[in-house]
Design a protein around this ligand. Structure first.
Ligand code: FES
Length: 113
């Protein structure tokens, strides 16, 4: 399991801005990220589908999965891995945690962006 102790987390938004079962696009680290709240857990992934590069904001959530609103590819929010035949390219994920009322996001240690 990936250690998060050395990561530098930034305050991204208040937990009330992303109610359970919803997602919200924000700009952080110079790019569009999608914060998802599903099953009591917050996840952060790239707000861009790896199929036709469309925004993932507004996609349906089920457990730890997000469905692209355009063609329905299912992404695992924990790994970014897609399911199905439309794309085999994972979307990027960011370590995410909750501190008090704040959702915090960190750049992954292997980030090159
Ligand atoms: S653009 Fe997301 S599945 Fe096609």
């Amino acid at each position: 399991m990936e250690s998060t102790t050395s990561l530098k987390f930034l305050d991204a938004l208040n937990i009330s801005e992303v109610p359970e079962g919803s997602n919200k696009a924000i700009t952080l680290f110079g790019q569009s990220l999608l914060v998802c709240h599903s099953g009591g857990v917050f996840y952060t992934v790239a707000n861009r589908c790896s199929h036709q590069q469309q925004p993932l904001e507004g996609g349906r959530l089920r457990g730890s999965f997000l469905f692209c609103p355009l063609h329905g590819v299912r992404f695992d929010l924990r790994s970014g891995m897609p399911t199905g035949t439309l794309t085999r390219t994972p979307i990027k994920t960011w370590p995410t945690r909750v501190e008090g009322e704040c959702v915090q996001i960190a750049e992954p240690p292997d980030s090159d962006e």
